[in-house]
Ligand binder design. Structure first.
Ligand SMILES: [Zn+2]
Length: 320
């Protein structure tokens, strides 16, 4: 696969880069292992919470990293994003550290490290080493120019401040009476804000359904805490459905797929309904068994799926 195709995969946010100095590569023995993250790039990493002190000078966050040499996959790493205050004796520093040997040992000063974050999984990153002398380097250098770090294209990826803003907007909306449609056409919204809104919606829905599917109550997650669950819009975004938890349901991938295709819906009595035309298909026996079963509700009563959204789904999406 060409590097450009790898970078364009839609599950991944827009890339940022850093041109590696020798301190970041395996060339400088004795230097504390890791890749220093410049201050300008910190907003694109998890916001670290907590306080540091002389006794406890670092904050860190475990992230999963997929390591690449160009478009060639090297392996997975469990790495740390760390903020080190040095107890106030030096300027604070952020770095990625742990398990980066396969990249650092290949890297030479002047190579470029591309960094991409998974849109659906904020603790998952791709670290792509682009080595000097490769065709990928020629391609990357055009976008990098003489900069030491920054965004590879014109657009910045999702940032922590944007995410906080989207969470606040959604929280404010959820304090108001429910609106079935989002009348703001949002034609001018940036890609970053669109991603931030979608992430804020997913996180809220995940939280209020405690990570379980609203219809089958299944929930699977990885040891690092990533969930398989989707936050489904009842009135889809494409039909101007709002990013409001009351327009949402937590659904496993299977039930999300079936819900969006109208293979089942939720009645005003908050029961799963599977139409006869769907139940008649023998392969659908597991889905048919859920017919007339109550849904798993949000733990926050104020944010239960709104009856007007459920009615809209029955009227407009459910097969008959
Ligand atoms: Zn399910």
């Amino acid at each position: 696969m060409a590097l450009a195709d790898l970078l364009a995969q839609k599950e991944w946010d827009r890339p940022i880069f850093k041109r590696l100095p020798s301190n970041d590569t395996g060339e400088a023995p004795g230097h504390q292992g890791g890749v220093v993250i410049p201050k300008d790039l910190r907003p694109f990493f998890p916001g670290l919470t907590g306080t540091t002190s002389a006794d406890n000078p670092t904050l860190d966050h475990r992230i999963t990293a997929e390591l690449f040499d160009g478009a060639h996959f090297l392996g997975m790493a469990s790495t740390r994003y760390q903020f080190q205050t040095w107890g106030g004796t030096r300027s604070p520093e952020s770095r990625l550290t742990d398990e980066l040997g396969p990249l650092r040992n290949r890297a030479k000063a002047g190579d470029v490290l591309l960094i991409q974050r998974a849109i659906d999984e904020l603790d998952r990153y791709r670290l792509i080493l682009v080595r000097q002398g490769t065709s990928d380097f020629a391609y990357t250098s055009k976008a990098v120019g003489s900069r030491k770090w920054g965004s590879l294209g014109n657009d910045l990826p999702l940032s922590d401040p944007e995410l906080r803003r989207a969470e606040k907007e959604q929280g404010d909306r959820e304090e108001e009476p429910f609106q079935l449609f989002d009348l703001d056409p949002r034609t001018s919204e940036t890609t970053g804000l669109r991603v931030a809104r979608s992430v804020a919606f997913r996180q809220k829905v995940y939280e209020i359904y405690r990570g379980r599917c609203s219809v089958c109550s299944s929930g699977i997650k990885t040891p690092s805490g990533t969930s398989e669950l989707d936050a489904a819009h009842i009135v889809p975004r494409g039909k101007a459905g709002a990013d409001d938890a009351r327009n949402g349901l937590a659904l496993c991938k299977t039930h999300h797929w079936a819900f969006d295709r109208g293979l089942f819906s939720i009645t005003p009595k908050r029961l799963v309904t599977v139409p006869a035309v769907v139940r008649a298909i023998q392969l659908n026996d597991k889905l048919a068994a859920l017919n007339n079963q109550p849904i798993v509700e949000s733990v926050d009563d104020r944010l239960r799926a709104h009856s007007s959204a459920l009615e809209w789904h029955v009227q407009n999406v459910l097969l008959r």
